[in-house]
Design a protein around this ligand. Structure first.
Ligand code: MF3
Ligand code: CO
Ligand code: CO
Length: 267
């Protein structure tokens, strides 16, 4: 029988130091893309803007060619939960758009996703964004050395519930390092006090997808996009975190540790 914990690649602090570079590059690109998300832009224009920036930063677009994915970013609009393929779909006022980006530098990866509103949004989309942000930050706050993965899942689920949102529980976070997807699997639901232990040297993503409706999804015929079964809107804030004995560092955030607060969303 496979013992999962044995395949978790713990990182030394030197290795985490290497991972800061792709992490910060991801943060920088996602921040700059705020200006690309506007009514009238096609999702492939967003991808082109991202790819130009990535080249300028001298990092590699890890998603391009990953399992045959064609572009550097996934762009998922409205009820598309994940893996939207950039194309000729044109953004309209009040759409909500999730961009997921993974970059590599010197063989190490950083992975983050951000949801943007086109225009000022509606009361519902603003509640959804706030819920998704809070869920991710509460998950990160539970992801400290000595805690367990069930605490992370419970914190995320509780935050989602407070806003009347669902967690799409078939999508999970993942260990990350020299590969995009490593052990452990990070569930976004669960019960405190259960699950594997969180120990120093772990580097993984927390990336809950929340919807305003049900948690079910199905695949579209393009072979990539997953959409909510009730076509409810979705949002996702993914971050890559590194666990140290005395703190957990968010590698894909360049807004300062203080600003990453559950009650203070940066939008
Ligand atoms: N970045 C995604 C994640 O969070 C992976 C996207 S895989 C792709 O795990 F092939 F769809 F790009
Ligand atoms: Co990820
Ligand atoms: Co991602």
């Amino acid at each position: 029988m496979e013992v999962r914990e044995q395949s978790i690649q713990l990182k030394t602090s030197l290795e985490v130091a290497h991972m800061r570079r792709p992490g910060r590059a991801v943060a920088e690109v996602l921040r700059a893309l705020r200006h690309s998300i506007r009514a009238g832009a096609a999702t492939e224009d967003v991808a082109s803007d991202a790819e130009r920036l990535i080249e300028k930063l001298g990092v590699e677009a890890a998603l391009k060619g990953y399992r045959g994915f064609p572009r550097a970013v996934c762009v998922s609009v409205n009820h598309v939960a994940v893996h939207g393929v950039p194309g000729d779909h044109v953004l309209a006022e009040n759409d909500i758009v999730t961009v997921d980006l993974t970059l590599r530098k010197d063989g190490w990866h950083g992975d983050s996703a951000w949801t943007y509103l086109v225009g000022v949004g509606t009361p519902d989309t603003r509640r959804l964004l706030r819920a998704a942000w809070t869920a991710t930050v509460c998950g990160i706050q539970a992801a400290v050395a000595g805690s367990r993965f069930g605490n992370v899942g419970e914190a995320i689920e509780e935050a989602a519930k407070r806003y009347g949102c669902s967690v799409l529980d078939r999508f999970v976070g993942h260990g990350i390092g020299r590969s995009i997807h490593e052990e452990p699997m990070v569930l976004h639901t669960g019960e405190a006090g259960t699950g594997g232990p969180i120990v120093p040297g772990m580097v993984f993503t927390i990336e809950p997808i929340l919807s305003l409706g049900e948690a079910g999804v199905y695949a579209l015929h393009d072979g990539w996009s997953m959409v909510t079964s009730d076509h409810s809107l979705c949002a996702q804030f993914e971050q890559t975190v590194a666990v140290f004995s005395d703190r957990t560092e968010v590698l894909t955030w360049n807004g300062g540790q203080e600003a990453l607060r559950a009650d203070f969303p940066p939008f």
